[in-house]
Design a binder for this molecule. Structure first.
Ligand code: PBG
Ligand code: ZN
Length: 345
C-alpha cells in the first residue's frame, strides 16, 4: 500500500545539494510488516486481569452507570463471564465484594459466606485456567466507607491489620491464588503474610497495592462499590499523587514485608513510577488501569471524540512499555478480543 499517490508526471531530478549525513528512522516504519518486526512492546491477553464486582444472590446483573459495559454480578454470573475470559486467554480475575449488609468494623470482609468466597469456591470448581485474585480492604464492607476500623474520627492502623489478615485467610481458604491488600495500612503485607502462613496458606501469593495514590480517578469504582467515605477522605493513608520517590519507598517496604508482586495505581498517572520501579525491583510489577481511566475512554468514545479501540490499545501498550508485567483493566475482555482479531490477520 502506498501512502502518497504518485504524480502523473515524474519529479524533476532532486537538486544535488550536499545534505549532512542523517539517520533514516522512517525506513523501519515503511510497511506493516517492518513495523511489526521491530515492535518493542507486545500486549498479550495473558497479562490482563479483569476486575469484577461480586454481589450476593443468583442470576443478578446490575449495570454500573459510571462504568459503561461493567456490571455487578452474582457469583454464578461471575463464573459464566470467567469462562468467556478464560477462552480469550485472559490471565486472571480480581474480585471485589459488595456484601448484603455493611457494618462499622467491616466484619463482612472476612465472612466465609460473603460474595467473594462464594464466587471463589464456584470458580475453583469450574477449574478454569485463570489466576484468581481477591482484593483485601474494608471500604466495600464498612458502613462509613473507610478502608479500616475507625476510632473517633481516625482510622486505627494496627486495629485494622488483624481484620485484613482474617479477610485474606478467608479468601485463601475459599480458593484465591492471590490476595491483594489495597487498604494502604502500614504493615498490611507483613500482617497478611503472617496470617496466611499461620493458617497454613503458604502457597497464597500477595499482590501489594504498594503505591496507591489518593486519586480522583477512583470515583466510578466508589459508585460501583457504594464505598465513598461518609466523612473525610482517603488522604491519611493513600499517597499524595505528587510523590514519586515516596511511591518507590512504599514498594520497597512491601517487597521487604514479603509481597510477591508490586502494583502501582492509577496506571496512567504512575508511568514514571513504573519505569523507575522496573529498574529497581526484580519482582513482577502490576499496574491498575482504574475506573476513572475506563470512564474517560468510554465517555470520549461515546461522543465520537476518540476511537475507542485504538485509544484502549494505545493506553494499555503504554502501561506495558513503562514496565508493567501485569495490567488490571476493565477492558480486558475487549482488548483480548481485539488482540485475537489482530493475530488472525
Ligand atoms: C479499595 C479499592 C479502590 C480501588 C481498588 N481498591 C477504591 C478506593 O481506594 O477508593 C479503585 C479501583 C478503581 O477505581 O477502579 N480500597
Ligand atoms: Zn479501601
Amino acid at each position: 500500500m502506498t501512502l502518497v499517490s504518485r504524480p502523473a508526471v515524474p519529479h524533476a531530478a532532486p537538486p544535488s545539494i550536499d545534505l549532512p549525513r542523517f539517520d533514516r528512522t522512517r525506513r523501519m516504519r515503511a510497511s506493516a510488516a517492518r513495523r511489526s518486526l521491530v515492535r518493542e512492546t507486545r500486549l498479550s491477553p495473558a497479562q490482563f486481569v479483569m476486575p469484577l464486582f461480586v454481589i450476593p444472590g443468583r442470576g443478578r446483573r446490575e449495570p454500573i452507570a459510571s462504568m459503561p459495559g461493567q456490571s455487578r454480578l452474582s457469583p454464578d454470573l461471575v463464573v459464566e463471564l470467567a469462562g468467556e475470559l478464560a477462552l480469550l486467554g485472559v490471565g486472571g480475575l480480581m474480585l471485589f465484594g459488595i456484601p448484603g449488609e455493611k457494618d462499622p468494623d467491616g466484619e463482612a470482609a472476612a465472612d466465609p459466606q460473603g460474595p467473594v468466597p462464594e464466587a471463589l469456591r464456584l470458580l475453583r470448581e469450574a477449574g478454569l485456567p485463570l489466576t484468581l485474585a481477591a482484593d483485601v480492604c474494608l471500604c466495600e464492607y464498612t458502613t462509613h466507607g473507610h478502608c479500616g476500623i475507625v476510632v473517633g474520627d481516625r482510622i486505627d492502623n494496627d486495629l485494622t491489620l488483624p481484620r485484613l489478615a482474617e479477610a485474606a485467610v478467608a479468601y485463601a481458604r475459599a480458593g484465591a491464588d492471590v490476595v491483594a491488600p489495597s487498604a494502604m495500612m502500614d504493615g498490611q503485607v507483613a500482617a497478611i503474610r503472617h496470617g496466611l502462613d499461620a493458617a497454613g496458606e503458604t502457597n497464597t501469593a500477595i499482590l501489594a497495592y504498594a503505591a496507591k495514590h489518593a486519586s480522583a480517578l477512583y470515583g466510578p469504582f466508589r459508585d460501583a462499590a457504594d464505598s465513598t467515605p461518609s466523612f473525610g477522605d482517603r488522604r491519611s493513608h493513600q499517597m499524595d499523587p505528587a510523590n514519586g520517590r515516596e511511591a518507590l519507598r512504599e514498594m520497597a517496604l512491601d517487597a521487604a514485608e514479603g509481597a510477591d508482586m508490586l502494583m502501582v495505581k492509577p496506571a496512567i498517572t504512575s508511568l514514571d513510577v513504573l519505569a523507575r520501579a522496573r529498574e529497581r525491583f526484580d519482582l513482577p510489577l502490576a499496574a491498575y488501569q482504574v475506573s476513572g481511566e475506563l470512564a474517560m475512554v468510554e465517555a470520549a468514545a461515546a461522543h465520537g471524540w476518540i476511537d475507542r479501540r485504538r485509544t484502549a490499545l494505545e493506553l494499555l501498550t503504554a502501561i506495558a512499555r513503562a514496565g508493567a508485567d501485569v495490567i488490571l483493566t476493565y477492558l480486558a475482555r475487549d482488548a483480548a478480543t481485539w488482540l485475537a482479531e489482530e493475530a488472525k490477520r
